[in-house]
Design a protein around this ligand. Structure first.
Ligand code: HPA
Length: 270
């Protein structure tokens, strides 16, 4: 709590902007943060106690300003569990958002699709999640000021928020779906046997992120919308290998629709 307060105080000493909306931008999708107007941009390394991302495609900036007339905090690049940070460090940014007043969070990622009818290019609104990351992320002393020891996770993704997203996606004619997201710790992509298992367990998409942030947000009472952008097919019979370069290239092609969608959603938020 002390570290979170120091980070929040540092940010409040640098800007008096009050944001109610948080955006976490996944692999290759960080460009949306460039559209934030009258922005203050803080490299993660400048914020006290903030974990710094090491992954290519993650610029690593905390951006505060206006998007579609709304005050936002955008994370351009996130910290991944596979980088080696302890679980509580991964959720530090979401908790910091909470301290700064964020009430709605849009968390996004690049993911593999576990089903052929969720093709590459789909934007999947996450309706639920399966945590295969090997950590609950809330293990350790509870921060009672943020939320309860035993948080309910049965509605981790807000259904009204998701319906709003779906309505807007439909109007914009982007290729959208609704599904269950499963995350592994990574950095390995999944084996074919794992793809089969994940599908059997009821997952539609697979990635290496988003679940920690959704857990921290649920704990702290932040309403969350998850958007998983399908960059590759994790379907055994259709799978011809996947690479980070491919993920980034597809994310690049999805950017225009992704930006349109997220901006339109932000415009309608309180
Ligand atoms: N698996 C896990 N993470 C991913 C994938 C995938 O297929 N694609 C993008 N991130």
């Amino acid at each position: 709590m002390q570290k979170l307060r120091e980070a929040a105080n540092w940010i409040q000493a640098h800007t008096d902007l009050q944001a109610r909306i948080g955006l976490i931008l996944g692999s290759g999708l960080g460009i949306l943060a460039d559209e934030v107007e009258e922005a203050r941009r803080f490299p993660y390394a400048d914020i006290p106690h903030f974990p710094v991302s090491t992954v290519e495609g993650h610029a690593g900036q905390w951006v505060m300003g206006s998007l579609e007339g709304k005050k936002v905090i955008a994370m351009q690049g996130r910290i991944h569990y596979y980088e080696g940070y302890p679980p509580e460090r991964i959720i530090f940014p979401v908790r910091l958002m909470k301290l700064l007043g964020v009430e709605h969070l849009i968390v996004t990622n690049a993911c593999g699709s576990l089903r052929e009818d969720f093709p590459v290019g789909s934007m999947v609104f996450i309706k639920d999640q399966i945590n295969f990351m090997g950590s609950s992320f809330l293990r350790g002393p509870n921060l009672d000021e943020l939320g309860p020891r035993f948080p309910d996770m049965s509605a981790a993704y807000d259904s009204a928020f998701r319906q709003m997203g779906a309505r807007i996606a439909q109007k914009l004619e982007v290729n959208w779906k609704e599904g269950v997201h499963l995350a592994v710790s990574g950095p390995c992509f999944e084996t074919k046997a794992e793809m089969r298992m994940m599908r059997l367990l009821g997952a539609d998409t697979v990635g290496m992120s988003t679940i920690p942030e959704a857990i921290a947000a649920a704990h702290a009472g932040i309403k969350t919308l998850g958007i998983a952008c399908v960059t590759d097919l994790s379907v055994p019979d259709k799978h011809e290998g996947v690479s980070h370069e491919e993920v980034m290239a597809v994310a690049e092609r999805m950017k225009p629709d992704f930006i349109r969608l997220v901006k339109s959603i932000v415009r309608e938020l309180p």
